[in-house]
Ligand binder design. Sequence first.
Ligand code: ADP
Ligand code: MG
Length: 238
Amino acid sequence: MGKIILNKVNKSFGATQVIPGIDLAIEDGEFVVFVGPSGCGKSTLLRLIAGLEDTTSGTIEIDGKDVTSAAPAKRGLAMVFQSYALYPHMTVKNNIAFPLKMAKTDPAIIEKKVTEAARVLNLTNYLERRPGQLSGGQRQRVAIGRAIVREPSAFLFDEPLSNLDAALRGTMRLEISELHHQLKTTMIYVTHDQVEAMTMADKIVVLNAGNIEQVGSPMDLYNRPANLFVAGFIGSPR
Ligand code: ADP
Ligand code: MG
């Protein structure tokens, strides 16, 4: 579970074409990073996969099913929003449990899933706190916990670390990589930060003005950049 295929996906806002037509296959369990300069269409592409935007043309498949017209909730994916999307008046426990409560999940199952997510994220001792009583990194972990309890077939991250300071970004980078090792679930991670891309990805998708310039492992991109854009962006010696 967690294989995602884009077929000639095109997105225009009015007369402006943002994604001219992308083919891409994301394998089950891969950590895929969409990287590229601000405004190149990373968020739009992620939102198309999540179902938060409709494609103008083309199709999207998840685990063999055409989800092009499916509502976000029907896609089995979880988008991790930045930590400021937490509910300040709710405890950590209730923030994490929120999607399950909305889905009217059995309370005993909620308890079990929240306990397990808290264990994986080292939040066990913070469940009764409110977001205001947590560090930035802990808040980001709560936001991830809210995605974990839904047991998605893929996690979608849109620049989740961009409002953290540099030291914390480094720590969270490692934590998210470690989480991927533990869960082995497909993750798509959007960033404009080359270091995040090169250190976290199994596969990097380099975007430029809505086009894919190259898809490859960090080593591929470093050793064999497809063109000067990739070389310049990744900082490889070409
Ligand atoms: P990135 O995430 O790579 O910074 P975005 O996907 O947010 O880029 O945006 C890509 C382009 O699409 C930008 O030129 C942006 O202005 C435009 N865009 C994004 N969303 C909308 C929208 N809802 N309406 C019109 N233009 C949009
Ligand atoms: Mg963006």
